[in-house]
Design a binder for this molecule. Sequence first.
Ligand SMILES: Nc1ncnc2c1ncn2[C@@H]1O[C@H](COP(=O)(O)OP(=O)(O)O)[C@@H](O)[C@H]1O
Ligand SMILES: [Mg+2]
Length: 212
Amino acid sequence: MLEIKNLTKQFDGQMIINDFSMIVPDQSITAIVGPSGAGKTTLLRCITGLVKPDSGQFLWQNQIFDPTDHHSQNAIIGSVFQDFQLFPNLTVLKNITLAPTLVHHESLELVTQKAERLLIRLGLGEQKNLYPYQLSGGQKQRVAIVRALAMNPKILCYDEPTSALDPGLRDEVADVILDLQTSGMTQIVVTHDIDFAQKIANKMIQVTALKR
Ligand SMILES: Nc1ncnc2c1ncn2[C@@H]1O[C@H](COP(=O)(O)OP(=O)(O)O)[C@@H](O)[C@H]1O
Ligand SMILES: [Mg+2]
């Protein structure tokens, strides 16, 4: 279980997140929904450790942890970025194996085996030697998901996973997220797309723009 307690974040004196708390049970899908500007991305960046909150606590299985500690072998949170952020000059396989070998110092051979297994599972077995520009949007997103999974996170976070995709691919992403849940992954999905959220989520959390 992930627990977030009393999270607060201001930018330039404006309160973006005001005393936010939530509990994310293991193997659940939590959707964080709300209008543009409500602070969803900021909240997700605090959870994934890309933004340091002004105050608040994160607990994983009742132990306090620091999401900004990205070098830990036991990193808890993984993320799939809204625009995927694949390295354009690296093949699919290299995109996936880079961080586990560089940051976690895992053996290239073992990481490659793991990456190949995950690629096959997400229907990308044929694409491992291609470059990002040779992939469709949906394929790029699945590479970004595999890349996050290769770091063995306990929780996977997505920022607007449907926004960069053709509408027809919405169901495909939903299927990937639901399939990962079946295999045990805990997931947090930020979206402004209520229909999508309703389709996948066990729990929906509404964030509204604060009066400023
Ligand atoms: N790095 C930043 N510096 C200053 N203001 C920011 C920064 N990031 C986000 N904001 C502001 O915080 C508010 C919430 O933004 P964001 O978290 O992106 O909302 P959402 O994802 O719900 O659209 C907006 O008013 C935005 O301008
Ligand atoms: Mg956003």
